[in-house]
Design a protein around this ligand. Structure first.
Ligand code: NAP
Length: 431
C-alpha cells in the first residue's frame, strides 16, 4: 500500500478544547489518517504557560512562539479564543496559504470577511464548524448540505450556559442569581459570565449563521441583543402558566419590507410555545431549527460546548482540511452574492407579551385598550388577576398580534406614562 503523506498540524491553544484535540489526534491517529488520506502529525503547540502539566500531550511540543507553530505547520488549528492574537495568527497562516481551522466565533463575527478574503486570495482554506453550537454540525449543514435549498429562517438556542440557567429557573422556581450561581459551581458558566448572559456570545453565532443561511455578510453589530439578566422567577412562572418556555433565542429570518427582501435579526429571551421543538431543549444543550423552502423544517441538536464535543467538530474540519491538502479541492469560499439588507430593528415584526401591575379601577381596562388602539397594536389575549400583595392593584398579562417593534416600543412608552400603570413588570417577544 502506498505510504500516506504527512500533514503537519500546528495547534494554537491547549486549553479545554485544544488539549482534547491533541489527545484525540494521538489516540485516534490511525482511523483519522484513514479518513483524511494523510497522517495527521502534531508538529507544535502554542500556549501561554509551557510549564503547566497537560496530561496526554507531549510537553516537548509546547512553545509560546505562535509564529514558530504557524511556520512548522501545513494546517493551523486556532483554539486560543479572544480577538488577538487569534485574528493576527489566522491571517498570518492564511497569508502563507495554510489551512486554518478555528472555533473562534468572536473573531469570525467581527473579522470574518477579512479572513475569507485572505483565504480566497491565497487559495487557502478556512473551516469553523466548532464556532457555532460546539459538536452540532450546523455550519456544515448550512455551508454544504443545504446549498441546494433556500433557507427562510434560522432559530436557535446557541448558548448552553443561558439555556441551563433558564432551565434551572423553570424547574426549581429559582431566581436568576441562584441559577447563575449553580451554573458557575458546575462549570457551565464562567467566573465572568457577561458574554453568555448578556447575549453577546449568541449574537456572534447568530451573525455567523445568518451569513451562511442568507449568503450575505452579517456582522456582530447588525444583531440587536438582549440577554437574560433581567428575566425573573415571576416571568418564568407566568410563561409556564401561559403555556410557554422562556428561551434565549437567536433569530435570523428572511422578511419582506415594502416589497424588498431583507434579513431580520435578533437575540433575546423569547416566549416559545410548549409545542415548539425548541421548548423542550433543557440543560446546557444547543438546538437550531432551520426552516427551508424545500426540505421543510430541520432541527440540529446536541452538546454546544465542552472539550470533547467541541474537539469532535474541530477534528471533522481537520480531516476535511487534510483531505483537501492531499487530494485537492477546497473548503467552500465565502458566499455573499445575495447581499440582502439588514432589516431595521424597529421594523421587525413580532408578537409581544407584557405583564403589567395596574390600578384596579373601573376605567383601567378602557385606558389600557385605548393605549393599544392609539398605538395601532391589536391585543390577542388579556388576562387579569388580583395582585396578591396589593388589594388595589391588578396584574394584567397582555399578548398582542404581530406588529413592528417600533409600534410595540410606542405602546411601552405610553404604558409607562399612564398613571393607571404602576409597573411594567416584564415584556418579551413571542415566537
Ligand atoms: P481555554 O480553555 O481558555 O484555552 C485557551 C488556550 O489558548 C490555552 O491553552 C492558553 O494557554 C492558550 N492561549 C491563550 N492566549 C494565548 C497566547 N497569547 N499565546 C499562546 N497561547 C495562548 O479556551 P477553550 O475553552 O479551549 O476555547 C478555545 C476556543 O474554542 C475559543 O475560541 C472558544 O470560543 C472556542 N469554543 C470553546 C468551547 C468550549 O466548550 N470551551 C466551545 C465552542 C467553541 P495556557 O493554557 O498556557 O493559558
Amino acid at each position: 500500500m502506498a505510504q500516506k503523506q504527512d500533514v503537519k498540524i500546528g495547534l494554537l491553544g491547549a486549553g479545554t478544547v485544544g488539549l482534547q484535540v491533541a489527545r484525540i489526534l494521538h489516540d485516534q491517529q490511525q482511523e483519522l489518517a484513514a479518513r483524511a488520506g494523510a497522517n495527521l502529525v502534531l508538529s507544535a503547540v502554542a500556549v501561554r504557560d509551557t510549564s503547566k502539566v497537560r496530561e496526554g500531550l507531549d510537553q516537548s511540543l509546547l512553545t509560546t512562539d505562535i509564529d514558530a507553530v504557524i511556520n512548522s505547520a501545513d494546517l493551523v488549528i486556532e483554539l486560543m479564543g479572544g480577538l488577538e492574537p487569534a485574528r493576527s495568527a489566522m491571517l498570518k497562516a492564511l497569508e502563507a496559504g495554510k489551512t486554518v481551522v478555528t472555533g473562534n466565533k468572536a473573531v469570525l463575527a467581527q473579522y470574518g470577511p477579512e479572513l475569507y478574503e485572505t483565504a480566497a486570495r491565497t487559495d487557502a482554506n478556512l473551516y469553523f464548524e466548532a464556532a457555532v453550537a460546539g459538536a452540532v454540525p450546523v455550519v456544515y449543514g448550512l455551508r454544504e448540505s443545504l446549498t441546494g435549498d433556500r433557507i427562510n429562517k434560522v432559530l436557535g438556542i446557541v448558548n448552553g450556559t443561558t439555556n441551563y440557567i433558564l432551565d434551572q429557573m423553570t424547574t426549581h422556581g429559582w431566581s436568576y442569581e441562584q441559577a447563575l450561581h449553580q451554573a458557575q459551581e458546575l462549570g457551565y458558566a464562567e467566573a465572568d459570565p457577561s458574554a453568555d448572559v448578556g447575549g453577546r456570545d449568541a449574537a456572534a453565532k447568530c451573525a455567523i449563521l445568518a451569513s451562511l443561511a442568507f449568503h450575505t455578510r452579517v456582522n456582530l453589530e447588525d444583531v440587536p441583543v438582549k440577554g437574560i439578566t433581567e428575566v425573573s422567577a415571576q416571568d418564568i412562572k407566568q410563561a409556564t402558566e401561559s403555556g410557554y418556555a422562556v428561551k434565549l433565542l437567536a433569530r435570523a429570518e428572511r422578511v419582506i419590507v415594502e416589497g424588498e427582501e431583507q434579513i431580520a435579526l435578533g437575540v433575546e429571551p423569547t416566549l416559545v410555545p410548549q409545542s415548539h421543538p425548541l421548548a423542550s431543549i433543557t440543560g446546557p444543550y444547543n438546538a437550531i431549527v432551520l426552516e427551508t423552502e424545500f426540505a421543510g423544517r430541520l432541527m440540529f441538536y446536541g452538546a454546544g460546548a465542552g472539550g470533547a464535543p467541541t474537539a469532535s467538530a474541530v477534528l471533522s474540519d481537520v480531516v476535511a482540511g487534510a483531505n483537501h491538502l492531499v487530494s485537492g479541492g477546497h473548503a467552500p469560499r465565502e458566499s455573499v452574492y445575495a447581499a440582502l439588507p439588514i432589516c431595521e430593528p424597529g421594523r421587525v415584526e413580532t408578537r409581544r407579551q407584557v405583564r403589567l401591575e395596574v390600578a384596579d379601577r373601573i376605567e383601567m381596562m378602557a385606558e389600557i385598550a385605548k393605549i393599544y388602539a392609539v398605538g395601532g397594536v391589536s391585543i390577542a389575549s388579556l388576562t387579569q388577576s388580583p395582585t396578591e400583595t396589593v388589594p388595589t392593584e391588578a396584574t394584567l398579562v397582555i399578548s398582542t398580534h404581530r406588529a413592528q417593534n417600533s409600534q410595540h416600543d410606542g405602546i411601552t412608552a405610553a404604558l409607562a406614562k399612564s398613571p393607571i400603570v404602576h409597573k411594567i413588570a416584564s415584556e418579551m417577544s413571542i415566537e
